[in-house]
Design a protein around this ligand. Structure first.
Ligand code: FAD
Length: 381
């Protein structure tokens, strides 16, 4: 029997495999990954620096142990270059690997905005352990850091780095932090907390160019103002990896399109995690991939199971302003009702029929998370 094959060894692939092994101890499993195959919690990457974590100490289970635990073959540092569903095979260069069932868990790429300047390629992104290692190395001896993007992850990095002794500047093209994800009052609460830490905030401005300077880089912004910094981190967002799927004529939209069974448009090919679009939803967070992983494990073990998504609030790692976000569905009609002030805000999103359909809590109001989550409708019932 050809192995069930996973492309990727992130949380998505490993969650499916761990769940699968609870149901089937014997069927062969193979992983092919461009990275080292170590198990780590990716959400830790944006608050690891202040905790003095290195890439090595972020690893909670090395690949050798994953091989044992999953009774699997794990091929590391190997890039899949083609998938061929009609042959039930994938290729890494000219090496062919046959599969029985294939799971695409190849994640997402950081969005790279086009920048001018002779050091535009020095802008860093942190999306895996290798990136984190490069970022840490760049921070050695640095004093100033510019973070591009004041979304969830940009705010988390700012909150992590400023108290660790860096002078952080957070820049975003939007008028306030966390953009359209939260009502303005919440963005302001987060901004106030970051400012109190000492973070400098620049809104409604974009970085235009990055050039080498005597020590570090010189950034020119859209209003022609200039900033000097040692490190530039881009946290603009992620885009699902879809190229190999597109080349194989799989259905692709924002992500690799899958149905409720996580099945792509090709037989025996499934996708989940940051690369997948499940029933029109791209949800690049841990809780959705855990739900998807549990369902897919059963399907791979021949117990066809549809994924369900309960309401899944995201806890944002900004201790300066504790924050929980459960945004309403994109385009849903309704209104925010905002209660509280300063850093303690409760924002509830109601539809015209008065159904609570989203919430954002900050500061002391975070304590209401569990009760409010129970009132939310499921995302995919
Ligand atoms: C800094 C940061 C902080 C975050 N914080 C949170 C948080 O607080 N809460 C939350 O819910 N979510 C958070 N997230 C999101 C969450 O971490 C991701 O949704 C999740 O880890 C994605 O897992 P994945 O397995 O789909 O992708 P990945 O972990 O990216 O795994 C992709 C795998 O595919 C491999 N791969 C890619 N292309 C190929 C190829 N061609 N051939 C072979 N292998 C390939 C890669 O090497 C990797 O092993 C955060 C993300 C980041 C970047």
């Amino acid at each position: 029997m050809q192995p069930i094959t996973f492309i990727g060894t992130g949380l998505a692939a490993y969650t499916v495999a761990r769940e699968f092994r609870k149901l089937d101890k014997e069927s062969p499993l193979r992983f092919i990954t461009t990275d080292d195959g170590h198990f780590y919690s990716k959400p830790m990457l944006s608050n690891a620096f202040a905790q003095k974590k290195t890439p090595e100490t972020l690893v909670t289970m090395p690949v050798t142990k994953m091989v044992e635990q999953l009774n699997a073959e794990i091929l590391t540092q190997t890039q899949v270059t083609q998938i061929a569903p009609s042959e039930h095979a994938i290729y890494a260069g000219d090496k062919r690997f046959d599969y029985s069932q294939l799971v695409l868990a190849w994640g997402a790429d950081p969005i790279r905005i086009p920048l001018a300047g002779n050091a535009a390629d020095k802008v860093l992104h942190v999306n895996d352990l290798g990136d984190y290692g490069r970022f840490r190395a760049a921070l050695e001896g640095a004093k100033r850091v510019v973070v591009m993007g004041a979304g969830l992850i940009g705010c988390e990095f700012a909150n992590d780095l400023q108290p660790a002794g860096f002078s952080v500047t957070l820049i975003d093209i939007a008028p306030n932090a966390l953009g359209r994800l939260v009502p303005e009052a919440v963005g302001h609460a987060v901004q106030q907390a970051l400012q109190e830490l000492g973070v400098s905030l620049y809104f409604e401005k974009a970085v235009k160019s990055v050039d080498s300077a005597d020590s570090g880089y010189r950034l020119t912004l859209s209003d022609e103002s200039v900033l000097e910094t040692y490190v530039v981190l881009s946290a603009i967002g992620l885009r699902p990896r879809t190229e190999l799927a597109k080349a194989a004529n799989l259905s692709v939209n924002r992500g690799v399109v899958v149905d409720r069974f996580l099945k792509t448009s090709a037989d025996d090919v499934y996708a989940l995690g940051d690369c997948a679009e499940v029933e029109g939803l791209v949800l690049p967070f841990v809780m959705p991939l855990m739900s998807a992983g549990r369902a897919l494990a059963k399907t791979l073990a021949r117990q066809l199971t549809a994924v369900t998504y309960p309401a899944m609030p995201v806890v944002v790692k900004t201790p300066a302003c504790p924050l929980v976000v459960s945004p309403p569905a994109v385009g849903l009609e309704g209104e925010w009702q905002i209660d509280g002030e300063g850093k303690d805000i409760k924002a509830l999103f109601y539809t015209p029929s008065q159904q609570l359909s989203g919430f954002v809590l900050t500061g002391a109001k975070v304590a209401e998370k569990t009760a409010l989550t129970k009132e939310l409708p499921a995302i995919l019932a």
